[in-house]
Design a protein around this ligand. Structure first.
Ligand SMILES: NC(=O)c1ccc[n+]([C@@H]2O[C@H](COP(=O)([O-])OP(=O)(O)OC[C@H]3O[C@@H](n4cnc5c(N)ncnc54)[C@H](OP(=O)(O)O)[C@@H]3O)[C@@H](O)[C@H]2O)c1
Length: 393
């Protein structure tokens, strides 16, 4: 029996890697729906290559382009946010959540409700709505499979049956492109420098997150929810070679780690084939090519995002929502040259400092609160950060 798979975010870095893995084993998979936000040309290409049944584009102005590209192929097309949610609601054996940002929250919830397996790369919805996402998965009997290389690594070596034997987990971090830069240097880095990750080729938002180490901060929160593990049992270790993707420490002193090349096709193949294993077209690890594997403690002064993640978890869900929303807005402002690299953290600190405890019981509560925080962050960027920059120049 072929596995029915839907890819949300099929035109992104995760989506393209997933397509690569699926194309290498088309006899195993039956692609249901592929989705994108605006990139109709690539979506059409992906749909044709993957022999998808339907292609969904969120941006309705791109409907005609998608239609003309898929004319005569027999592939159904649809556009709009509603169509995206319908795509996520459609029964499939596995839905890969590869959208970037909080935009993936509603589709993830819909995917969970239809109750099979949801493979989550899209970490922001877990950060902002972790308790609700996990509760929905429990209620609907849905298996959540982590795609993030660190969480996929933990998943592979985590003894869920006997988790009381686990002392802590360590998430490894490459340290990003500015691992050895001073704060003075970092003040002047450009978006192109920030997205040039030394080990991984990824979308622009996550690449900037890796440079500020906000990516690892979001991953601490993601791990807390996915593995139901207390924040003080989640460590971060800088490992610039990205060979060990994370590890689980057991009470008896055993440490189980998962290793692999820096290639997202490995964790993606792991979730696509789960619980089986499959060949991947990705790179394989060759330890004879590694001169050394090094590890060091993270520098919380130059990379304050890490400290912020623990503080947000302690403070409550409202802080996690605010952290994620402020970060998404600030990263976009940095990528469009409206603020400097270090202003990203300034924006987040400012917003978190002003965020009050808020009751967030439903997804609607979270989305509304997220929107309020976005508006406040945009306002701060227009009236606060940029004013500061003008004064200092
Ligand atoms: N890239 C990696 O190696 C990696 C590793 C671990 C975890 N992740 C996580 O996986 C997620 C995706 O990352 P990525 O690097 O693949 O991002 P990306 O390359 O920017 O791709 C994002 C995908 O989401 C779609 N999208 C963007 N905004 C949307 C919206 N408002 N509504 C619906 N679809 C939307 C995009 O469509 P268009 O192409 O039409 O814009 C694209 O298909 C992120 O949460 C990231 O943190 C990524």
């Amino acid at each position: 029996m072929k596995k029915k798979v839907t890819i949300l975010g099929a035109t992104g870095s995760i989506g393209k890697s997933a397509a690569d893995v699926i194309l290498s084993a088309l006899e195993r998979f039956d692609v249901q729906v592929v989705t994108a936000n605006t990139n109709a040309e690539l979506l059409a290409e992906q749909a044709i290559k993957l022999k998808a049944k339907r292609a969904v584009i969120v941006d309705e102005t791109k409907y005609d382009t998608l239609k003309s590209k898929l004319d005569g192929t027999g592939i159904e097309i649809a556009a709009g946010e509603q169509a995206l949610e319908e795509a996520a609601s459609e029964p499939a054996d596995l839905i890969l959540a590869g959208i970037v940002g909080i935009a993936g929250l509603k589709p993830i919830m819909k995917a969970i409700e239809q109750g099979s397996c949801v493979a989550i790369a899209n970490k922001e919805p877990l950060v902002a709505a972790g308790p609700l996402v996990m509760a929905a998965a429990k209620k609907h009997g849905t298996t959540l499979l982590p795609v993030d290389s660190e969480h996929n690594a933990v998943f592979q070596v985590f003894d869920f049956e006997r988790s009381d034997g686990i002392e802590k987990i360590t998430l490894t971090a490459s340290g990003g492109p500015f691992l050895n830069r001073s704060l003075e240097d970092m003040a002047n880095v450009t978006p192109d420098q920030a997205v040039a990750h030394p080990n991984w080729s990824m979308g622009r938002k996550i690449s900037v997150d890796s440079a500020t180490m906000m990516n690892k901060a979001l991953e601490i929160i993601e791990a807390h929810y996915l593995f139901n593990i207390e924040p003080d049992k989640i460590d971060v270790l800088i490992h610039p070679q990205s060979v060990i993707h994370s590890m689980v420490h057991y009470k008896d002193g055993s440490v189980l780690a998962q290793m692999g090349a820096s290639d997202m096709r490995t964790p993606i193949a792991n979730v696509l084939a789960w619980p089986e294993r499959m060949e991947t077209p990705g790179q394989k690890l060759d330890l004879t090519q590694m001169n050394k594997l090094t590890f060091e403690k993270p520098d919380f002064e130059r990379f304050p995002a890490l400290k912020t993640a623990y503080q947000c978890l302690e403070s409550g869900l409202h802080s996690c929502v605010a952290l994620n929303a402020a970060n998404e807005v600030a990263v976009e402002a940095f990528l469009t040259n409206n603020i400097g690299f270090l202003d990203i953290m300034d924006c987040i600190d400012h917003i978190l400092g002003k965020t009050k405890t808020t009751k967030l019981d439903t997804i609607t509560d979270i989305i509304e609160f997220d929107e309020t925080i976005r508006a406040k962050t945009k306002d701060f960027i227009t009236n606060g950060v940029t004013k500061k920059a003008a004064q200092s120049s």
